[in-house]
Design a protein. Structure first.
Length: 234
């Protein structure tokens, strides 16, 4: 599956009660939705091996670690707004490396599930192929890959060339046979903003403008949305 997360999906997850399973955020933002979408995929896991990629101060691992063996693949170097010092979560192993480097610190076929939230968009286009191949390497046969990916979308008259190019790269692991898609695959021409999509509220975008001012111009004409990428290792 490769799809844009919409408001209907979010409210269905709220109605089911997923919000009660993890700590309530100080402010509601796009990650609040991404957390629930990831949790809807993962919350039934039990006695499995789960890795969060770039989890930082993970919001989901404390819940998942109650019934599973969990790892946080994170270097804690403060990159992209993440924590600059190690964070210890009970029953969670920290593995100091990056996916895409094929590090021996992460054994091949060692996890049933790998997931990430707001990480993949920071992986350079020239490194994405290696990132997904490394995800494939560390998953057991039939393992699940789940990524929630930030993406900026403009309206039908806007400039969505970068979003379209990234979507084509996100489709590649399915088209080349690394993963089987669990659902439909978004195509680049559908990379256009719609009011049915979940987005960040204005107060959060103002905070983001202060922390990453180089994107102010883009945020004046684009909405911050989220993709769900979900597949099974073949």
């Amino acid at each position: 599956m490769l799809s844009i997360v919409d408001k209907e999906t979010y409210w269905k997850l709220v109605d089911v009660g997923y919000e009660r399973l993890i700590p309530k955020p100080e402010i509601w933002h796009l990650k609040s939705v991404q957390d629930l979408v990831a949790l809807s995929v993962l919350q039934h896991c039990e006695d499995e091996s789960i890795a969060e990629i770039g989890g930082g101060a993970s919001r989901l691992l404390p819940f998942l670690a109650k019934r599973n063996q969990c790892a946080n693949i994170e270097e804690f170097r403060g990159e992209n707004g993440g924590p600059s010092s190690e964070i210890v979560i009970e029953n969670v192993e920290n593995i100091s490396t990056k996916i895409g480097e094929f590090s021996e610190l992460v054994e091949s076929e060692s996890f049933d599930t790998v997931f990430s939230i707001s990480v993949v968009e920071h992986v350079g286009s020239d490194r994405l192929k290696g990132f997904f191949r490394d995800c494939h390497r560390i998953l057991r046969p039939g393992g699940i890959m789940c990524h929630l990916i930030d993406i900026y979308l403009e309206d039908v008259n806007g400039d969505n060339r970068y979003a379209s190019s990234r979507i084509e790269l996100y489709r590649e692991p399915f088209e080349t046979g690394l993963f089987e898609a669990k659902g439909d695959l978004l195509v680049s021409k559908e990379a256009v903003f719609s009011t049915r999509y979940v987005t960040n509220p204005d107060n959060v975008m103002m905070l983001w403008n202060r922390s990453a001012p180089h994107l102010v111009e883009k945020r004046q004409c684009a909405q911050s949305c989220s993709l769900l990428m979900l597949g099974v290792k073949i």
